[in-house]
Design a protein around this ligand. Structure first.
Ligand code: NAI
Ligand code: 13P
Length: 449
């Protein structure tokens, strides 16, 4: 670097060169670019400058991909004429940076707590001209009435979802829309967080409308799976297959209400493309929401799905009035069967995934604080009190005000796989929970499996 001592703004004396700086020797700039490429996962590197060595850094092997000549300080015709683009203003440069448009598909408790974080991030990023996110975020709402009016209208007026996440401000830059197609149209980053039983219909609708951008990226926050004749299909696989786009997942010990209150929580983003993982991390990470990146989509997603069955089992145990030792044995056996199921379905699932927030931490959070646990506890208490007619469907309606239980459905889906493959004996806890749900064995069998 040239170093000047300035007096009243005028350069008066050359002090010397920093001889270690890559820009002070031949081929230094291409070398610096090569170093940047090694350090970061960028696909394209753009060189911006006004000197001939800046322009030459594009021509060197491993150098930048394109050259923008900046004429805001000095205009050099020989450099400008060899540039890919010539600008005189910094604002022109900033305007051409890609800004991702974000859409959320879902508007339940977790969808709202998650989109609240996203809207915080995009609003904050908008303060910088170099932000890569559009500040406005759209959210698809499965329409219903609230106090005699459309929930969507209420959310847009009050910036709050009073049905699914009361008391949490979602942000003025969050725009609710009851039209799924219009919500997703033109989005670059699509977040899926609808209950898993609705995800196939949602994907089919989006595919039929041909509304998803070819280069769009998706992330699924949905915990659940679909069972087909050939076996299980994870939601991320469904999104990728039906919509033809990359799909990461965000999974963890994430009770929606606690995160909306900004209590410290952790999650993992599991990715197939690291670039996508880094981008999603930028969008979701908040001072109270720490994210680890993980290259294990099936492991993280199956953990998030299967722990809902374990939470139903833990709730049954609570309903029976068991103490901490017995409850811990349900959690331990549950985690062990989760791991076994993951390995049977996808042998490449990593062991360390089970020690991440999506593994043991989500088992603990859900088995102590989740909806599956709470409803299963009530169901068990009613059964033990002699009410043989009470069903999970009834209690879901009675206790959850429109929120959806995932554990009971998931238990049926997993059981279908265990039966089809003759694996029931290897999964005594999962199988017993399913039999208790269907009244084939009494609730206290949970302690004898
Ligand atoms: N609530 C939580 O704390 C967490 C939930 N999750 C997962 O996130 C996913 C979504 O759950 P939440 O956001 O909590 O939702 P929720 O269970 O709070 O709400 C249900 C949502 O489904 C919508 N809905 C009802 N009928 C529908 C239909 N026919 N088609 C489409 N949508 C319909 C409702 O309008 C509502 O938005 C689930 O897979 C859940 O396991 C994951 C982490 C935490
Ligand atoms: O997934 C969850 C926490 O991580 C929420 O679980 P519940 O659906 O049981 O509340």
């Amino acid at each position: 670097m040239l170093m000047f001592v300035c007096k009243q703004g005028q350069p008066i004396r050359l002090k010397g060169f920093d001889m270690n700086h890559p820009a002070t020797h031949a081929q230094g700039k291409p070398q610096a670019i090569a170093r940047i490429r090694r350090q970061y996962p960028y696909n394209n590197v753009v060189m911006i400058g006004d000197g001939i060595t800046d322009q030459e850094a594009v021509e060197a092997t491993g150098g930048a991909d394109i050259f923008i000549c900046y004429g805001g300080v000095v205009e050099r015709q020989n450099v400008a004429s060899r540039s890919d683009w010539f600008v005189r203003s910094y604002d022109d440069l900033m305007r051409c940076l890609k800004r991702y448009k974000v859409a959320m598909v879902g508007s339940g408790a977790w969808a709202c707590a998650a989109v609240r974080m996203v809207a915080q991030s995009t609003a904050e990023a908008a303060q910088s001209p170099a932000s890569c996110f559009e500040p406005e975020v759209t959210m698809w709402v499965h329409e219903e009435k609230h106090s005699g009016r459309n929930l969507t209208e209420y959310i847009n007026e009050h910036h709050e979802n009073p049905v699914y996440l009361p008391g949490a401000s979602l942000g003025e830059n969050l725009i609710a829309n009851n039209d799924l197609i219009e919500t997703v149209r033109g989005a670059d980053l699509i977040i899926f967080c609808a209950p898993h039983q609705f995800m196939h219909g949602i994907c089919k609708q989006l595919a039929a409308a041909k509304v998803v951008n070819r280069g769009a990226k998706a992330i699924s926050l949905t915990k659940g799976m679909r069972v087909r004749a050939e076996g299980p299909q994870l939601i991320s696989q469904m999104v990728s297959r039906i919509l033809g786009i990359d799909c990461s997942v965000l999974m963890g010990a994430n009770i929606a209400g606690d995160i909306a209150r900004e209590e410290l929580s952790e999650a993992v983003i599991a990715y197939t493309s690291r670039d996508a993982g880094v981008l999603w991390q930028q969008l979701f990470q908040r001072p109270y929401f720490a994210i680890n990146l993980l290259a294990d989509v099936p492991g993280a997603e199956m953990c998030g799905t299967l722990k809902n069955i374990v939470a139903v089992g833990a709730g049954m145990g609570d309903g029976l009035g068991i103490g901490p030792n017995s409850k811990a044995s349900i959690l331990r056996q549950g985690l062990s069967e989760m791991r076994q199921f993951c390995k049977y379905i996808s042998p490449s699932v990593r062991d360390d995934t089970f020690f991440e927030s999506c593994g043991v931490a989500d088992v603990i959070a859900s088995c102590y604080g989740g909806r599956n646990r709470r409803v299963a506890e009530a169901w068990c208490q009613r059964r033990m009190a002699g009410d043989q007619l009470v069903s999970f469907d009834d209690l879901e309606k009675e206790m959850l005000n429109g929120q959806k239980l995932q554990g009971v459905l998931t238990s049926d889906e997993v059981q279908e796989i265990l039966e089809a493959r003759g694996w029931e004996l290897n999964f005594p806890l999962f199988t017993t929970i399913n039999r208790i749900i269907h009244g084939e064995v009494p609730p206290d069998m949970i302690l004898r499996c």
